[in-house]
Design a binder for this molecule. Structure first.
Ligand SMILES: [Fe+2]
Length: 135
């Protein structure tokens, strides 16, 4: 199946489909923060917060399940982003729009860097541990 985020695929289906969902929210936020009503941006920030937590939990469960040796480092990156998202949400709720704009445009870059460094390594480890043919 052709996907525009195909370049980011890591080869583990659960991770790749959640990345697609997340990227959709990131793109929507990037667009909406420029001109959309406050409530719409707030809803997207909430969606971003929820999707991110669920997705990070998926990866962290995999890391625990397969005793991934880089768990602590990878989890720390996740925790930092979750914290940043909550900080931006708080600032936005207080009427500060600029931090959300800067954050939204930096977020796609954060994701592609995170995928390229941390998630690709995790996916390779999972594939090697589980063996050929799955997951
Ligand atoms: Fe990750």
């Amino acid at each position: 199946m052709a996907k525009d985020s195909g370049a980011m695929d890591v080869g583990v289906q659960e991770i790749d489909s959640e990345h697609d969902l997340l990227l959709g929210v990131v793109r929507a936020l990037e667009k909406s923060v420029v001109s959309s009503p406050h409530a719409q941006v707030e809803a997207l920030l909430q969606q971003l917060s929820e999707f991110t937590r669920v997705h990070f939990a998926t990866e962290e469960i995999m890391m625990r399940l397969y005793a991934y040796p880089e768990f602590a480092r990878h989890q720390l990156e996740h925790a930092r982003l979750v914290e940043q998202i909550e900080q931006v949400r708080t600032e936005f709720a207080q009427g500060h729009v600029q931090p959300t704009r800067s954050f939204a445009s930096a977020l796609r870059h954060w994701f592609s860097e995170h995928v390229r460094t941390h998630d690709v390594a995790l996916a390779r480890f999972v594939r090697e541990t589980v063996g050929p043919g799955s997951p």
